[in-house]
Design a protein around this ligand. Sequence first.
Ligand SMILES: Cc1ncc(COP(=O)(O)O)c(C=O)c1O
Length: 470
Amino acid sequence: MDKPKLLSVDQAKLLTHSEISTIFCNHLNPGQFHFLKLLGFDKIVIDAAEGMYYHERSGRKILDFFGGFGAVAVGHNHPAILSMRWKFQQENRHEIAIAFMSQYAAALARNLSLLSPGDLDFVFLGTSGSEVNEAALKLAEKVQGPDRSKIAYADHSFHGKTRGSLSVTDSWLYRSGFQLLSNTQSIAFGDILALEKAFKEDPSIGILILETVQGGAGIILPPAGYWKQVRKLCDEYKVLWIADEVQCGMARTGKFFAFEHEEVVPDMVTLAKSLGGAKTAMAAMISRKPIFLAGYGSSANSLIHGPATFSGMGEACCTAIETLHIINDEGLAENSALQGTYLIEQLKGLQQRYPGILKEVRGQGLMIGLEFQDLSKTLRAGFSKLIAPLDERLRGSVCGMVGSLLFSNYDILVAFTEYNRNVIRLEPPLIVTREQVDFFVHSLGEILDRGIALIIADYLRKRVASWSFS
Ligand SMILES: Cc1ncc(COP(=O)(O)O)c(C=O)c1O
């Protein structure tokens, strides 16, 4: 039999958008292609990325206000990361370290423990947010034992798509059709009384997992003081608190961990996304010393959830080490707080000018949600009544059109949101400058200034034009 004609890397680099589309539909995800097409992304091929920008093959530069849902803190292809990786390769350093102790994993674990408050000292390394959330849930269950293994989680939470993480992810869409953990209970996010009631009524709840800032829910912050009260309740009821900072950690909200705004220490915290420096897959679960030792401290227990094959790969650990240095050396937490506060202020100004289209602006640092009105509310009275029954089905249409125009007319990329489809998520790299923030606000202001009728017309014109030339 002839050997299959495998594509080479050089051939992959040269694939056209229509060749990629065909492969995407035949071998990756035909359903997802539908959404890419709606946004006009089926015609986009990115050949490079640098700092705040993606570089399209046509030469167009796209300003990244999406930031890979929080995965690009230090920007794309940071030169310090590139040169560290180049040197690491030139020196023929080893990658798979499962047989030996790794000096790179050791240094990364030490750095993470130094950056973490209190006795958050023990580090489990993984490759995805879902994986480290699994690790946290398992460690908590091991420590609490079967009688206290019930997990409380928040409504509209997102913790990942592997089975354990999915069991505490509040998405009907992602969950339906799967057998999940049954010992879980959903509670209202940010409602301390609801949490206390749950702890009081059900002593089998021994584990609590919460995003410190909810991302998929549409950038939701709990009321001020909530985390202090969570810590107090968890101490009182002896519940282990896992802070999921996969998206909101790594300086995104203006502090390295978002829970540091309230000077509290959870029992475990998970990081992923930006820990990989926008260059590799790296994730970590950091636990308080007594908890780690209670679960896996003995030699008999040490390998129960020990490293997986790809935990702590050499170059990935070094990339994470370099990323932590960049965040410190370049003052990215400070820049996130500075630019984020300014951006939120400017966006609130736009919201006050266009309340009929833009409903709310919220966030912390450079983790910002722009909630748009339902389509019917943006229309004049007569049309509004007609469209109102379709609002549920059309949810996301206004922010979809605005996002699409930001992309086509201003070369700005933004993100959308899983649960509240009316929300645009802004999570630009933390290196963003004042000029780039001003450009974003100016561009969004120009779009909103046109009013909804022209927004719809412009969007449709762009879509039809792109279809007719495909
Ligand atoms: C808060 C949060 N937790 C967990 C995850 C899952 O991470 P991953 O996609 O790396 O498995 C995500 C991903 O978006 C997330 O935002």
